[in-house]
Ligand binder design. Sequence first.
Ligand code: NAP
Length: 233
Amino acid sequence: MLITGASRGIGAAVARHFAAQGWALQLLARDGSALEAMASSLQQQGTVVHVAMVDLSRADGIQAGVETLLTAGGSPGVLINNAGAGYTAPLATMPLEDWQWLVQLNMTSVLQVTQAVLPGMRAAGGGLIINISSHAADQAFPNWGAYGMTKAALGAFSRSLAVEEAAQGIRVTTVSLGAVNTPLWDTATVHADLDRHAMLDPTDVADAILHLAEQPSRQRIENLTLLPAAGAL
Ligand code: NAP
């Protein structure tokens, strides 16, 4: 399985969870040392792991980066488009370059990675693509407008891709998440003061995603929403 944004947070938890179930991994992110550290610890437990350092906020280089993973590890049966950034700022004043960066990273790169993976999935007769979205796609939170827009677009992208690729045996699922306690909340582009202890744990998300990947291929779950029991924080 190929997972973007696997160097920390949800992506790292998903990678460890799938590895524990015997899956081979293709991991992509910018932080090469974090990826290498994860790969070497998982390889010691017998997992086949390939990694690629790719900056998804730059359109050039994504196709080639994904190709190196496909060449090394073959076509994945499951693709998880997880990489993304949180971003808070008022729509009225946010800089255009921030908007364009966020759109490239959270939306356009998903198209690019998917396009790189689809030919192999089609040739294999099918596969599963899981796109990681957010509760902010459906519910408005002040200062989260640009982020929510990118995640709402992912839902529309997933639904369209699902109908376009159904005849190829390729299933597409959107996973919509409430707040998850990851390093995203410590990044420079996020200014929010939520109760970290009330958030979901990344292992909760990993459990849900593994469940999706284990479903029979005759079944497609269109959207799975996972929220903290306390609701929107
Ligand atoms: P995180 O802890 O900040 O991790 C983000 C991952 O994405 C990292 O592996 C990071 O790796 C990668 N990434 C970021 N910028 C990248 C770039 N330019 N190129 C390549 N990879 C990049 O965030 P997270 O909470 O795990 O979030 C994962 C996904 O879940 C995101 O799409 C996020 O929007 C979504 N989500 C999160 C929450 C939440 O509350 N945490 C809620 C709803 C949805 P590098 O820095 O090494 O590149």
